[in-house]
Design a binder for this molecule. Structure first.
Ligand SMILES: Nc1ncnc2c1ncn2[C@@H]1O[C@H](COP(=O)(O)OP(=O)(O)OP(=O)(O)O)[C@@H](O)[C@H]1O
Ligand SMILES: [Mg+2]
Length: 256
């Protein structure tokens, strides 16, 4: 079997008296569409924050492509090949749709953003290349028609797609999507499902996603782990998770 692209080994994080993620272990193979689900407050976003270097685990390890990345700062994690979107959309609202994606590309660019702003000849060429790449990503994400509008004018569902385009611009191997279908209508969420599948099939991305929309996650993800109160309560393929008594209990508890 090939080496996993991402591995959490007993990953734990404690905030004061609260163990938000408690000894969580799982591994994701390259090219998988993997789900991380669980009720509100289960620790899902906190896992993303540990993987992306926002928080340093208080116990255990995060291994990416064979390298231990605990405590590596977010910009370095991004350079290693992990990109994410946020549960609460974080775009540069005053910038255009295209500019938001170009910014993602600077991370992978030889020229840094400041020399580009100084209009060095090489930098202008590089910036032109980044704009072309960004435009191509907007095509993939079905946002090309909106490229020159302000990102804050996009409807909510399209802002979520734009966040994915920006993450893709960093040329990641692993994409972390935090509730990508949140706030979408059924048609938008089905379209997004097809797009995310395309990111794997045509662009070779590995995808780890958090989602409350069960139809979305069950149709898209090949395997998943379920957290509740920071601990794993189940793992498996969609058919195993759908009828898992612990999972049903955890979600019913949330509805009460
Ligand atoms: N920086 C922090 N300081 C203290 N507690 C935190 C911090 N970040 C998260 N928590 C707590 O950790 C727990 C897990 O939060 P997390 O955001 O990971 O949940 P989640 O599974 O993403 O939930 P949701 O589905 O509502 O987004 C919650 O109790 C939350 O309040
Ligand atoms: Mg969350």
């Amino acid at each position: 079997m090939s080496e996993p692209i991402l591995e959490l080994r007993n990953a734990t994080i404690q905030f004061g008296g609260l163990v938000a993620v408690d000894n969580v272990s799982f591994e994701i193979q390259k090219g998988e569409l993997f789900g991380l689900i669980g009720p509100n407050g289960a620790g899902k976003t906190t896992c993303f924050n540990m993987v992306t270097g926002v928080y340093k685990p208080t116990g255990g390890d995060i291994i990416f492509k064979g390298q231990r990345i605990n405590g590596i700062p977010p910009f370095k994690v991004a350079k290693l090949g992990i990109a994410r979107t946020f549960q609460n959309i974080r775009l540069f609202g005053a910038l255009s749709v295209l500019e938001n994606v170009v910014i993602g590309g600077f991370l992978r660019n030889r020229t840094n953003i400041f020399s580009s702003l100084g209009y060095m000849p090489g930098a202008i060429k590089e910036t032109e290349r980044l704009r072309e790449n960004a435009m191509a990503l907007l095509e993939v994400m079905d946002l090309a028609d909106e490229a020159h509008g302000r990102s804050s004018d996009l409807p909510y569902g399209k802002q979520r797609r734009l966040e994915i385009a920006r993450a893709m611009a960093t040329q990641p191997d692993l994409l972390l999507l935090d509730e990508p279908a949140a706030g979408m209508n059924p048609q938008e969420s089905e379209d997004l499902m097809n797009t995310v599948r395309k990111l794997r099939d045509d662009f070779g991305k590995t995808v780890l996603l958090i989602e409350h929309d069960m139809k979305f996650v069950m149709n898209l993800c090949e395997r998943m782990v379920v957290l509740d109160h920071g601990e794993e309560i189940a793992r498996g393929v969609p058919a195993e998770i759908r009828n898992h008594p612990e999972v049903i209990k955890a979600y019913l508890g949330e509805a009460c």
